[in-house]
Design a protein around this ligand. Structure first.
Ligand code: M6R
Length: 614
């Protein structure tokens, strides 16, 4: 959840670290800090509550010299977000400074033991326990920093990515990971550290993704060394990152979220490139080719995911069940991992995650693996922990998603799930060639239809001005569009802080209808599919209670338009592909309402982009 950056080389470290923190700020933004070994040989820590810009202001009159440093942007878990709890944390002697992403679960026990040895603490964080423990080990065992880190990590229970500086050894950074991502960038006479590759790619495309249990020892003028907790040297593979700077910048848009909404047509083309061949009418997913027998033998699929990815999973269930006839269950990864699920080696678990780092999803995968299931991953972040933990999978290839509210990842996930369903159905020979080619053609046409939907942006901005007053919203949809209603509601609450609920439309009369009055906006996805007449009735029920309807309709519709207060048109498509279009106006509605309310859409309060803690 937090962002880690490190630098050791020949440049000034501070500007590299600040720029890196800005690129990682989506991971957490309640406080920020930097530790530098200055030209005078001091180990200086500057940290403050607030964003990276606040840190820059705070450090503007300080000594920010030096070519070695580590920096952190925080999403608080233990201890309120204030300057004292911000990272880096000094050890008691101020000789060490440490940054940490994750949770030290046994920190209370460790803290008590250290206090019994007279160690004094300054903060209420779990992180400070770790730096104090390392210093205690260094002194009590009379060992070097690497040994002290190894011994300390052997005593720690929890998840971490850490980086540590030692005043007495200014040419060195030690970093380690367990269950939290950490990447080392390798340049000419310089090294970088990042929670992901985004702070690194400006300088080098050569990276090493650390594995759980790796300790990286970065030393000036020496080769990178990676050892395990027992000091056994480990092999490491240098990878080339295929990420362009333009992909992680706003490109003229006021916010990443709006840029990412507008990128969706191109993203879906990237997602389908090389996988859909319309001329020969086929869908090719290498994972299905490589693991055909295992996938076709599946007794059932279980989809595990969180948040928006879970909503995509609900659509995936309908796609796979309706096209392939394979039973699918969809579980919140956080519930699945503690539910003692019945899983056998005939099950295939599909793990969906944009970041590929979500702790609950990773734990669900590990549990399912132990029980013998085959794991198929659908991730965006290449080389992420989930991508590496799965047996096979398909990347969604939509490029880095930086806005905390997930947009293009959702449509990318639904697109991969659609291709997966089609490819499986073809292999199982349960789809007619007519239906197959119709679906392939229509899926291929979705990016152009998305462009049409995006033209409604100004209209949606005008609608959003009317509804900014609302304290509650209801979102209704049925069938394939029910998960779209859930997703629309999630988008709105995340970034505008308006309470919103998504419901299957027919359930309205079993309770939520009581909420409807003339102040209640209800967003209804009422496209012309098999359930159209039913949705018309729902809209009539809402209007009879003077509710205010914003309808998502198929172009050319007249009946719903006549009833609704506001409407947004979508091009016609197959019912099972409607979510790919219907979700876009809901993303835009949430965006514009949040803007009207003056909210920070890219970095909404209390949230972080990747949830690497339970
Ligand atoms: O990276 P993941 O897809 O695993 O993340 C899952 C959720 O944390 C994520 O979708 C979250 O709900 C988003 N903020 C939604 O916009």
């Amino acid at each position: 959840m937090c962002g880690i950056v490190g630098y050791l080389g020949t440049r000034r470290a501070y500007p590299v670290l600040i720029k890196g923190l800005k690129r990682l700020e989506y991971r957490g933004y309640d406080s920020a800090g930097v530790a530098l070994i200055t030209d005078r040989g001091d180990l200086q820590v500057y940290k403050t509550k607030g964003k990276v810009a606040d840190l820059e202001a705070y450090a503007s009159d300080k000594d920010v010299t030096g070519c070695v440093g580590i920096a952190h942007t925080r999403w608080a878990t233990h201890g309120e977000p204030n300057s004292t709890n911000a990272h880096p944390h000094y050890s008691e002697s101020n000789n060490l400074a440490l940054i940490h992403n994750g949770i030290i679960e046994n920190y209370i026990t460790l803290k008590k033991q250290l206090e019994e040895h007279g160690v004094k603490f300054r903060s209420t964080t779990d992180t400070e326990v770790l730096v104090q423990l390392i210093e205690y080990m260094q002194k009590s065992q009379n060992v070097d920093l690497l040994t002290a880190v190894r011994l300390s990590l052997q005593r720690v229970i929890g998840a971490y990515a850490i980086a540590i500086l030692d005043k007495s050894n200014p040419g060195q950074i030690i970093a380690a990971r367990k269950s939290s991502p950490l990447v080392v960038g390798i340049g000419e006479d310089e090294f970088f550290l990042g929670s992901d590759a985004s702070p690194i790619i400006e300088y080098t495309d050569k990276v090493i993704y650390l594995n759980d249990g790796d300790i990286a020892v970065i030393r000036r003028n020496e080769e990178l060394e990676i050892v395990d907790f027992n000091n056994i040297p480990l092999e490491h593979e240098i990878k080339t990152v295929d990420l362009k700077l333009g992909q992680i910048e706003k490109g003229g848009f006021p916010h990443f979220m709006l840029k990412e909404i507008f990128e969706q047509p191109e993203c879906l083309k990237d997602c389908m490139r090389g996988r859909i061949n319309v001329d020969q009418t086929h869908v090719k997913l290498s994972a299905i080719i490589d693991y055909k027998d295992r996938l076709l033998a599946a007794r059932r699929f279980i989809i595990v995911a969180c948040g928006t990815s879970w909503h995509a999973g609900l659509i995936g269930k309908q796609l796979i069940e309706s096209i392939c006839g394979i039973p699918v269950e969809v579980e919140y990864a956080s519930e699945f991992r503690y539910s003692n699920p019945v899983i056998t080696n005939e099950d295939v678990v599909i793990a969906i995650s944009q970041s590929g780092e979500t702790a609950d999803t990773l734990a669900a995968i590990q549990l399912a693996k132990q029980k013998g299931a085959f794991i198929y991953g659908i991730c965006n972040a290449v080389g992420s922990s989930i991508a590496r933990a799965t047996d096979t999978g398909s990347y969604i290839h939509v490029g880095p998603e930086i806005g905390v509210a997930s947009t293009k990842a959702f449509t990318g996930q639904v697109t991969v799930l659609t291709m997966l369903a089609l490819a499986l159905a073809k292999e199982k020979k349960v789809i007619s060639s007519n239906q197959y080619s119709m679906m392939v053609n229509e899926l291929n046409a979705i990016p152009d239809k998305m462009e049409e939907v995006l033209k409604a942006n100004d209209h949606i901005r005008d609608i959003s001005r009317i509804f900014t007053y609302a304290h509650n919203f209801l979102y209704l949809g049925r069938g394939f569009n029910y998960p779209v209603a859930l997703e629309g509601a999630l988008k709105l609450k995340e970034i505008s802080y308006i309470h919103a609920e998504g419901y299957p439309a027919a359930e309205m009369k079993h309770g939520p209808i009581a909420l409807i009055d003339d102040e209640m906006p209800v967003v209804v996805i009422a496209t012309q599919n098999v359930l159209y007449d039913k949705l018309m009735s729902n809209i009539q029920e809402i209007k009879a209670r003077r509710g205010r309807v914003i309808a998502i309709v198929t172009e050319g519709d007249t009946s719903v338009k006549a009833l609704a207060d506001e409407y947004i048109e979508l091009p016609r498509t197959l019912e099972c592909l409607e979510p790919l279009l219907a979700t876009i106006p809901l993303q835009m509605l949430a965006y514009h309402i949040a803007i009207c309310k003056g909210k920070d859409v890219d970095q909404p309060r209390n949230l972080a982009k990747s949830v690497t803690v339970e």
